[in-house]
Design a protein around this ligand. Structure first.
Ligand code: ATP
Ligand code: MG
Length: 245
């Protein structure tokens, strides 16, 4: 679809088109389309812009990634469709591995995602070689498969747009978990160490530039406080837009 630039919802519609294209190209699962819709709703609530809380979380995420021993970026179909360039830039700056890891397991889709990332410039993409498959405990069948050289061995894992159960399993495995999730109430948001409540399309760009500026310093980020403040931002945004405040 050709969306006119003058359309008041141009940005949101263009992002939606990326997901639809990702679906047409076999990268995005049907369920991924629904997950995107949920994200759009929460983006509306935060005002479709990066909040101060999200900025603080992005800076904390940059420090955590830069000071990691073996950082890993976990990529699903939505993430690969929305910000392939930024995934590659982030991997380069933080020396992170890229691993395709899907909630809705599908070997063929995994390969298509890996191929698309390589086409966009990624040197190495893990997660498609069955010989390297390892299991993380506490999850059923295919949902627990990770790559020996990626998530299995990693210490700081960026898992954007992830499922709550898998986030909890990564935590139990001793990983530091960073996520992008527009819903501050999701189990993923609540379970991660650092939750960036922002659209990944905006947030990944900022994470890349924060990593460029950042030193390997420890940050005293508190995710519980950050999520409470993300909810306040939603509340304040709604108050501003209603007369019953
Ligand atoms: P859980 O509660 O188990 O964490 P969930 O019910 O929130 O899961 P999922 O489908 O597992 O839903 O995850 C999708 C999540 O990703 C949703 O919370 C949604 O708000 C968020 N999301 C979708 N698109 C984007 C996006 N572009 N940027 C950031 N977050 C997004
Ligand atoms: Mg989730």
């Amino acid at each position: 679809m050709n969306i006119p630039k003058s359309h008041p919802r141009f940005v949101s519609l263009s992002i939606r088109e990326k997901i639809v294209k990702g679906y047409d190209n076999g990268l995005v699962a049907k369920e991924g389309l629904l997950a995107h819709g949920r994200g759009e709703a929460f983006d509306y609530l935060i005002g479709e812009k990066t909040t101060n809380t999200a900025r603080a979380a992005i800076n904390a995420a940059a420090s955590a990634l830069l000071s990691a021993h073996s950082p890993v970026i976990s990529v699903n179909g939505n993430v690969a469709s929305l910000c392939p360039k930024e995934i590659i830039q982030l991997a380069k700056i933080t020396k992170a591995k890229i691993e395709v890891n899907l909630f809705y397991y599908d070997e063929h889709r995994k390969k298509s995602i890996a191929k698309s990332l390589k086409k966009a410039g990624a040197k190495q993409v893990l997660g498609t070689n069955p010989k390297s498959y390892r299991r993380i405990s506490g999850l059923d069948s295919s949902r627990r498969i990770v790559d020996r050289d990626g998530i299995f061995a990693g210490d700081v894992i960026l898992v954007p747009l992830e499922d709550g159960d898998r986030t909890a399993a990564l935590k139990r495995a001793g990983k530091t978990v960073i996520t992008f999730d527009l819903n501050p109430l999701s189990r993923t948001s609540q379970t991660a160490d650092i939750t960036i409540v922002d659209n990944i399309v905006r947030g990944m760009k900022l994470l890349v530039s924060s990593c460029k500026k950042s030193k390997r310093k420890r940050s005293n980020f508190n995710n519980k406080k950050a999520l409470a403040s993300a909810l306040s931002e939603i509340k304040n945004n709604l108050k501003r837009r209603t007369s019953i405040a």
